[in-house]
Design a protein around this ligand. Structure first.
Ligand SMILES: Cc1cc2nc3c(=O)[nH]c(=O)nc-3n(C[C@H](O)[C@H](O)[C@H](O)COP(=O)(O)O)c2cc1C
Length: 351
């Protein structure tokens, strides 16, 4: 295993074995207002939606997680089975490992065997800065072909890079690199945070590029700082163990980020809400706040490792919860979700 492979393996192991969530889940601070006269038939609720010109059965995306080491193939395959059955969008983890080592391609490309309506390729933003314009375009095309991707995610992971032992710490030129890629690539480019959220100002800046969507990737669920805290602990690296702890709760809450990005972009760019979504009710909350789809990572990781039955059961429950929430709001189609009422209840949410 080279360094990139073992890092991907360790991320999954740590995420499964340790508590790596932010101390507070900000979805708990949002309540949807009950509609005691819903006047709809629960069975008639239409969960389908369109995103990046593709029809999804449910506005849920299996967020980018893995690939790049041998065991990841099975995880991606089980996730793909669920994505096919429920017609969800699906991302794979950073594909850098497959660019470095050919035989790892199949740990990602396995998802090509399934009828998934929307697939996302993925690379870390620091990587495209290092590659430069031409190499980035060439590599992006390879990553897209690898999984027949419909969209290309550039993942902003500077929190992780800042606290991890082997992190890249030069973000100079990242905005221009994203801007150029969105100009050069025919496939839609999505900018995704990976747990620290996107602010109003950053969204405003990104909206001046040709990117096609933003995944706010906010604070509420998996904290990459927490993951790096435990990875540093494993190698007795005190400095990074401490840094991971210090920045454990760094970031903009996912609900706040949805509202910020929506305001900054006049709600014209599709928004994916990833970060802390644990069930169909959290997903419903994200849609009411204005997201076009909810992204789920950690909640789907464990059942995907356990097996096909477990992942299908988990997704089935999430979809049923989303349907139940819509019923109780009296909303029978996804595009009407932002009309439902919501409120903030105490908690720690800042907007
Ligand atoms: C094990 C693991 C690996 C991840 N790898 C990637 C990655 O390669 N690229 C990426 O954009 N996000 C990656 N993420 C971040 C997720 O896509 C997501 O933004 C984050 O986990 C928050 O969602 P959650 O609270 O539902 O877990 C990873 C998450 C986990 C748990």
């Amino acid at each position: 295993m080279n360094k990139t492979e073992s890092r991907k393996d360790e991320h999954v192991q740590v995420a499964l074995e340790k508590n790596v969530s932010s101390d507070h889940n900000y979805w708990d601070d949002i309540k949807l207002v009950h509609n005691a006269l819903p006047e709809i038939n629960k069975n008639d609720i239409d969960l389908s939606t369109k995103l990046f010109n593709k029809k999804l059965g449910v506005p849920i995306i299996i967020a980018s997680m893995t690939g790049g080491y041998s065991k990841a193939k099975k995880i991606n395959e089980n996730l793909a089975i669920a994505a096919e059955k429920y017609q969800l969008g699906m991302g794979v983890g950073s594909q850098r490992a497959a660019l470095e080592k050919d035989e790892l391609k199949e740990t990602y490309s396995v998802i090509k065997n399934y009828d998934i309506p929307l697939r996302f390729a993925n690379i870390g933003a620091s990587q495209i800065v290092i590659w430069g314009r031409e190499k980035t375009l060439e590599n992006a095309r390879q990553m897209i072909d690898m999984i027949n991707a419909d969209a290309f995610i550039v993942c902003l992971n500077f929190l992780q890079e800042a606290v991890m032992p082997e992190g890249e710490s030069n973000a100079k030129g990242v905005y221009v690199a994203i801007k150029q890629l969105a100009e050069d690539l025919d496939t839609p480019v999505i900018v995704k945070e990976s747990g620290a959220g996107i602010s109003y100002d950053v969204a405003k800046k990104l909206s001046k590029t040709k990117i096609s969507g933003i995944d706010v990737g906010g604070l509420s669920g998996t904290s990459f700082s927490a993951i790096e805290h435990y990875r540093a602990q494993m190698i007795n690296d005190k400095l990074h163990e401490r840094g991971g702890k210090t920045f454990w709760n760094w970031g903009i809450p996912t609900p706040t980020s949805i509202l910020n990005v929506g305001d900054a972009t006049n709600w014209k760019i599709p928004i994916i809400a990833t970060g802390g979504i644990r069930n169909g009710l959290d997903a419903a909350k994200s849609l009411v706040l204005g997201a076009d789809a909810a992204g789920i990572a950690k909640t789907l990781l464990e059942p995907a490792i356990l097996g096909k039955t477990q992942i299908l059961e988990e997704v089935d429950v999430i979809v049923k919860e989303l349907r139940a929430a819509m019923y109780l709001l009296g909303v029978d189609k996804i595009s009407n979700m932002p009309d439902a009422d919501w409120t903030i209840v105490g908690g720690q949410l800042w907007i």
